[in-house]
Design a protein around this ligand. Sequence first.
Ligand code: CAA
Length: 381
Amino acid sequence: MHIELSDEQRLLQDSVRQFAEEVVRPRAKEIDESGEFPRQFFAQAGELGLAGVTVPERYGGAGMDPLSYSIVIEEISRVCASSGVILSVNNSLVCDPILKFGTEEQKEAFLEPLAAGETLGCFALTEPEAGSDPAAIRTTAVRDGDDYILTGNKVFITSGTDADVAIVFATVDRELRHKGITAFIVPADTPGYSHGSHEYKLGVNASGTTELAFAEMRIPVSQRLGEEGAGFKVAMSALDGGRLGIASQAVGIAQGAFEEALEYSAQREQFGRPIGEFQAIQFYLADMSTEIDAARLLTWKAAWAKGSGRRFSLEAAQAKLFASEMAQRVTSKALQIHGGYGYIREYNVERYFRDARIAEIYEGTSEIQKMVISNWVLQNT
Ligand code: CAA
């Protein structure tokens, strides 16, 4: 494992940072307040290859490695966590499973426009009664000749308000639990497909979270992703990549908050000198920078493990667990350094503090990550 970035990765980091500063930062505060979905940002990100970072160029992507993907999500999230999660979901929960499990026809029809940022994807797994336990989903898929009829409801779907395509998980037999789950690629204009209104949340407010409803949608067998009954593994392996994305998002949020705190501590004067000259503040900054680096290293390790081609559930869960909890601590300290100013909307730090909270919840709560880690550790010792 190399912990130095290659020249190509540094170049990517610089160009994504520039894009984030010039295009994403100016609207980050406004879209957090309005909840407007940043569709234009997504199209521009697609033109730069950021919608399908690891997808080979022949399928419309940038053909880069998972560490490059992590760098992209960190840099975007450093200025706007909503934009970070929209990209993360499109890359790892939509493009990745189509690349890994899709047929050539599915890659041509769906992956190419998704990876190019021409269409936007969402991942429809969670249901009102099935969050941490997705094997309990109730959306049904009933075979009817060359089609399946899908009926059910999904909740908390990131980008659900604006997605053109959804990866939908349904069960062909609830009694079979995870062995009945089957994945489908479903265009949002399919008759019977509808989405709810934008959920107003504590943070990542522009990420278009909503409900989806499927009323007897007729989906051809050619849009089934993987074998019948193999959908749980499609979901879980996509979520391994998704957790790498959320770990990268959490590192980006923490880095953004840290930079705000560093700047503020040099400007704000109390007792006749900048507060950054007090050891109490310096020790906060020392802890924050150490924790961010530790989380980034775990995240890069997960990216490296993904790049090796083997299953990397352990590394992804460890990175997401640590990075999301680290982002809580770091954004809280950044707010504390700002004192009362940190608590008002004028300063970005309260947005970072709110945005960090979801990283411990979506794509598997911290408690689920601990289940994945402990299962792995217990089975391999
Ligand atoms: N890759 C490949 N296969 C996997 C796998 C992985 N990462 N994880 C499990 N599997 C396989 C297992 O090997 C097993 O296979 P066999 O049947 O051949 O033995 C099968 O799947 C079942 O595995 P488990 O018995 O471990 O499954 P479980 O029901 O106990 O669940 C769990 C394990 C880790 C708790 C899992 O349910 C889980 O991750 N839950 C959290 C779900 C989640 O993250 N939801 C987030 C929703 S998406 C979201 O938030 C998106 C968004 O919009 C931002």
